[in-house]
Design a protein around this ligand. Structure first.
Ligand SMILES: [Zn+2]
Length: 265
């Protein structure tokens, strides 16, 4: 009997150990220790996987960047860019680093780059902006994250100024949970996503800046194509204050361009 209990205990210990390694959460990170992201260790992993955020430190195509640092090349013909966002009944997620909206399973909208439609998976906010123009930061920035079936990521970035209130943004604030890691799903709340784009733009043929970059949070993976709109949206001062009650200073500093060019249409 005793042996059996011991054996069962041993098996569950091994199992627990295995589970810990296989599904262990990625290591914690914060904006305060941004310069150390590349050196953050995951002690549960063998050597080749020990530094899961190494790219943050050694990557050469990192984001965000200062758009004024680049020669903006307009000569090359670029892909036509269009948004097909429409309306969704999304989930509202407090990730612990930002407020985020995840599109529903049935959502079919996305970003059309040339003839390819990249599905919109989520959108989230940074305060202040991550991309800057000649060192000038905007009060906030919105990232629409699109991922295609091959895992290729394209982010549409929209800078945010203060001014007129944005009702779609208010819907996001009103439905966002305050607890880190909490999700407000299946609310049935309708969000008109295109209301989060600058007014009076041609959504079927957007003006944009584009460059190759990375995720701006660990693991800072590269291979992300960025599309940055030259026009901003506005939220009211009160909405900016409300955004800050969730997260403030959740913006990575600008990274070296390292010979990258920024293209514009
Ligand atoms: Zn972002």
């Amino acid at each position: 009997m005793k042996t059996k209990v011991l054996a069962v205990g041993l098996v569950s210990m091994i199992f627990a150990g295995y589970v810990t390694v296989a599904v262990s959460a990625p290591p914690h990170w914060s904006y305060e220790e941004e310069s150390e992201w590349g050196a953050i260790e995951d002690a549960t992993q063998p050597i080749p996987l020990r530094y899961p955020y190494a790219e943050c430190g050694i990557g050469k195509h990192q984001s965000p960047v200062d758009l004024a640092d680049a020669k903006i090349i307009k000569s090359k013909p670029l892909s036509k860019l269009a948004v097909q966002y429409g309306v969704d009944t999304p989930s509202f997620i407090n990730t612990g680093h930002a407020i985020q909206v995840n599109t529903s399973k049935n959502f079919t909208g996305g970003l059309k780059v040339g003839k390819e439609l990249l599905p919109l998976i989520q959108l989230h906010f940074h305060e202040p902006s991550e991309h800057v123009f000649g060192g000038k930061k905007f009060p906030a920035e919105l990232h629409f994250v699109h991922i295609n079936q091959d895992g290729r990521i394209a982010v549409l970035a929209v800078t945010i100024n203060t001014g007129k209130e944005n009702t779609a943004f208010q819907t996001i604030l009103d439905n966002m949970p305050y607890g880190s890691g909490e999700e407000n799903a299946a609310t049935g709340v309708k969000l008109r996503l295109e209301k989060l784009l600058p007014p009076n733009i041609n959504t079927r043929n957007l003006k944009y800046f584009t460059l190759a970059g990375s995720l701006t949070t660990p693991p800072c993976s590269e291979g992300v194509q960025w599309y940055i709109l030259p026009k901003s949206i506005t939220i009211s001062e009160a909405q900016l204050e409300q955004l800050k009650t969730f997260y403030s200073d959740n913006a990575r500093s600008t990274q070296n361009l390292n010979e990258r060019s920024i293209l514009a249409n």
